[in-house]
Design a protein around this ligand. Structure first.
Ligand code: HEC
Length: 209
């Protein structure tokens, strides 16, 4: 009995940590004011954010999960043919070899290839992104990324909203995953109860109960 309570508690703590209060998620010392956080979390700004991204960031960055490539690559006539063959989102090896020249030029200009931003929202978190994009030097001293969004917190929040929409699965996909999670836990619970009953029967048969 004590064991059962112990393992139930352990399971509850486990799910609390991964679902409700994920201590491993990135949200360290950076902060984002409430009014901008609301913009980031509202999907209705994602579309405007994408346009702002195209105007301010696409000269250097890609968002490959959304088939958005750096301007120099977007201008390469080969892109369309490759997309017809491989689909809109090009496989990494194809992308890197086909646009080696463009990527090398970016590397030459900035010391490194400006990173793809498809999963930045997940890896860095909104607090970090907000502070970094507004003032790159303050967060990464010596970085070659220019402060293109300096003094424009609202537009910055909209761009992060776009990056968030790319990094997260669509609402229907999320609903499917939640349902699967619920089914999995229900299955484990029912199996646990059945095994418990079965165990009781065996003990009884053996005359130990
Ligand atoms: C002129 C080129 C250029 C433009 C324009 C530009 N960036 Fe960057 N960005 C870079 C480079 C270069 C790096 C790599 C910085 C480093 O690691 O020092 C970078 C890095 C980043 C990173 C990763 C930071 C990290 O912690 O690794 C993010 C996020 C980012 N940029 C977002 C943006 C957004 C959003 C915009 C548009 C508002 C933008 N950038 C515009 C060149 C650019």
């Amino acid at each position: 009995m004590i064991k059962a309570v112990f393992f139930t508690l352990l399971t509850l703590v486990f799910f609390y940590i991964i679902w409700i209060n994920n201590i491993f998620a990135p949200h360290e010392k950076y902060e984002i004011p409430n009014q901008y956080e609301k913009i980031v979390e509202d999907v209705k700004y994602a579309k405007e954010g994408k346009q702002l991204f195209e105007q301010n960031c696409q000269a250097c960055h890609s968002v490959r999960y959304d088939a958005v490539y750096p301007a120099s690559i977007q201008a390469n006539p080969n892109l369309k043919a490759l997309q017809e063959h491989y689909g809109k989102v090009l496989p990494a090896e194809v992308y890197e070899s086909a646009f080696y020249t463009e990527l090398s030029q970016l590397k030459e200009s900035f010391g490194k290839i400006p990173p793809d931003l498809s999963t930045m929202y997940l890896s860095r978190g909104k607090e970090y992104l907000f502070n970094f994009i507004l003032d790159p030097q303050k967060v990464l001293p010596g970085t070659t990324m220019p402060p293109v969004m300096m003094g424009r917190p609202e537009d910055t929040a909209k761009i992060i909203s776009y990056l968030r929409s790319v990094s997260e699965p669509s609402p229907s996909e999320q609903a499917k995953r939640t349902l699967m999670g619920v089914f999995t836990i229900a299955y484990l619970l029912i199996m646990g109860i059945l095994i418990w009953i079965w165990r009781g029967r065996i003990l009884k048969k053996m005359g130990l109960h």
